[in-house]
Design a protein around this ligand. Structure first.
Ligand code: G1P
Length: 297
């Protein structure tokens, strides 16, 4: 039997420069999609996949993330005194169990691979998940849960993938498929981080969800630099592929790259439409907005 996936690493040390000045004092992971910070969507996805412990790899100015997943004692006390039961229940629903989170700092921005390596002592010798909080995924079944289901069948390492237009492949990690396992899963034969335009081995991008075996840490510990002169997770996964199997999963769901303004706005609209009351007002509003001339015209 494959060892269960109990822990997940969420790297949240990034500076969020694409969202300045919004992210000057507020971490990008705390920007709001409808009524929840981005990071909450990702934690909820992990918990829906059976993850019991979440390791946040943070950096300076990220303390508010730790506060968000703690009890807000004064606030909850006030809500209790005012008998605001629904609000209290909402806070409780989204709060991880005591002791089920860990926070460690990536001391310098040396790349995603380095951020993951910073979690090695807390993860130990078990397979684990990684969720990149820039990506939030709207799906019927948690994307990570879909990956765990595949992992339980095939073991090894699993990477969520989706198709991207060819002119965008240079922005992502790209995988090459060797053979199909079934309609949605396949064996991976190669992967490359941010291939130069025109050189990508396919149009299948790495979406930011991974299930990896702990041997990845030895490879990350070599601190070899790759694309963008950073320590890349993709490079260590490619090295691990010499010894272990890697499968890709085309998950059911829609991803939103909240590291980009378009992805962030799209996510707000898509998740907003999930609330019937909000949708009722949002639709006529959007119909009205698209009739108005563009600012550039
Ligand atoms: C990271 C990964 C890349 C992946 C992407 C998804 O890149 O290195 O393989 O495709 O996330 O968002 P980053 O966005 O951190 O440059």
């Amino acid at each position: 039997m494959n060892k269960p996936i109990r822990k997940a690493v969420l790297p949240v040390a990034g500076l969020g420069t694409r969202f300045l000045p919004a992210t000057k004092a507020v971490p990008k992971e705390m920007l709001t999609i409808v009524d929840r910070p981005i990071i909450q969507y990702v934690v909820d996805e992990a918990r829906a996949a059976g993850i019991e412990h979440i390791v946040f790899v943070t950096g300076r100015n990220k303390q508010v993330i730790e506060d968000h997943f703690d009890m807000a004692y004064e606030l909850e006390d006030t809500l209790r005194a005012r008998n605001k039961v629904a609000a209290l229940e909402l806070l409780e629903k989204h709060r991880p169990q005591p002791g089920s989170t860990s926070f460690t700092r990536q001391q310098a921005p040396l790349g995603l691979g380095h951020a993951i390596w910073c979690a090695r002592d807390i993860i130990g010798n078990d397979p684990f998940a990684i969720l990149l909080p820039d990506m939030i995924i709207k799906s019927k079944v948690s994307c990570l849960k879909q990956m765990v289901d595949l992992y339980e069948n095939v073991g090894g390492n699993i990477i969520a993938v989706e198709e991207v237009p060819e002119d965008e492949t240079h922005n992502y990690g790209i995988v090459e498929i060797e053979e199909e396992i079934n309609e949605t899963a396949a064996r991976i034969s190669n992967m490359v981080e941010k291939p130069a335009p025109g050189t990508a081995p396919s149009n299948l991008m790495i979406t930011g969800r991974y299930i990896l075996q702990p041997e990845i840490f030895d490879l990350l510990g070599k601190h070899n630099k790759g694309a963008g002169d950073e320590i890349q997770l993709t490079d260590s996964m490619l090295a691990l592929m010499k010894d272990q199997s890697f499968a890709s999963l085309k998950f059911e769901g829609q991803s939103y790259d909240c590291g980009s303004k378009l992805g962030f706005l799209s996510a707000n609209i898509a998740f907003g439409m999930d609330d019937p009351k909000l949708a009722q007002q949002l639709v006529p509003f959007m119909e009205d907005v698209i009739k108005q001339p563009l600012a550039a015209e």
